[in-house]
Design a protein around this ligand. Structure first.
Ligand code: GTP
Ligand code: MG
Length: 201
């Protein structure tokens, strides 16, 4: 699928104030600094549509971006960043869980996982939370350019093994990406295009 237009629409700290449009949306979630905003920029081909930073905690709100005038990409704040202020310290901020639990338009959450790391407790907790809540999701292993291909494959295999050992019977759909070199772009856009087609058929 081609991205022809990508526009910022609105930022919210209240899930109930997000756009009411009955169009499909895809949300990006994961630990602070894992590369959510960078991936949105990579997928849309816009360098600074979503704000990125080398310092964790950059994205603080629910950000809606309208793509091709008929679906949304949603950039969310990260979780698991310890150095945030007390009021935002809850493991998964309430407005984020409200978003996931109330957003009827959400067709798929993309959970971003740093491909360099062994399975992190907080990511597995979030994946389990989505599973228990019946929210469809895919996993995305990010920053693949920072590792050799073999090491990425090894880490993904270790992740799968970890999920299978932790009550997951099936491995959710997953992608490997690099926002630095575009790895995974075509695959993710193709996936979103197919889901959109299915919804519209
Ligand atoms: P928060 O908004 O703080 O939750 O972070 P985020 O998940 O949106 O991360 P962001 O996209 O801001 O990226 C964090 C840092 O990682 C930035 O310095 C990016 O340049 C870098 N980064 C993101 N993706 C990649 C990637 O695929 N490869 C490399 N090498 N660096 C990346
Ligand atoms: Mg961000």
């Amino acid at each position: 699928m081609k991205v022809n237009t990508a526009e910022f629409v609105i930022s919210n700290s209240d899930a109930s104030k997000c756009p009411k449009d009955p169009i499909p949306e895809y949300a990006f979630i994961g630990r602070s600094n894992v590369g959510k905003s960078s991936l949105i920029n990579m997928l849309t081909g816009h360098k600074s549509l979503a704000k990125t930073s080398a310092r964790p905690g950059k994205t603080q709100l629910i950000n809606h971006f309208l793509i091709n005038k008929n679906w949304f990409l949603v950039d969310l704040p990260g979780y698991g960043y310890a150095r945030v202020s007390k009021s935002t310290k809850a493991t998964f901020q309430k407005f984020i869980t409200d978003y996931f639990e109330t957003r009827a338009q959400l067709v798929c959450a993309f959970v971003l996982i740093d491909s360099r790391l062994e399975p992190q407790k907080i990511d597995v907790e979030f994946i389990n939370y989505l599973g228990e809540s019946g929210i469809p999701f895919c996993m995305i292993f990010t920053k693949a350019d920072k590792l050799g291909k073999t090491q990425v494959q090894k880490n993904v295999a270790a992740y799968k093994k970890h999920l299978l050992a932790n009550d997951w019977e099936e491995i959710p759909q997953y992608f490997v990406t690099s926002s630095a070199d575009g790895t995974g772009r075509e695959e993710i856009l193709k996936y979103i295009g197919a889901v959109n087609d299915e919804i519209n058929s």
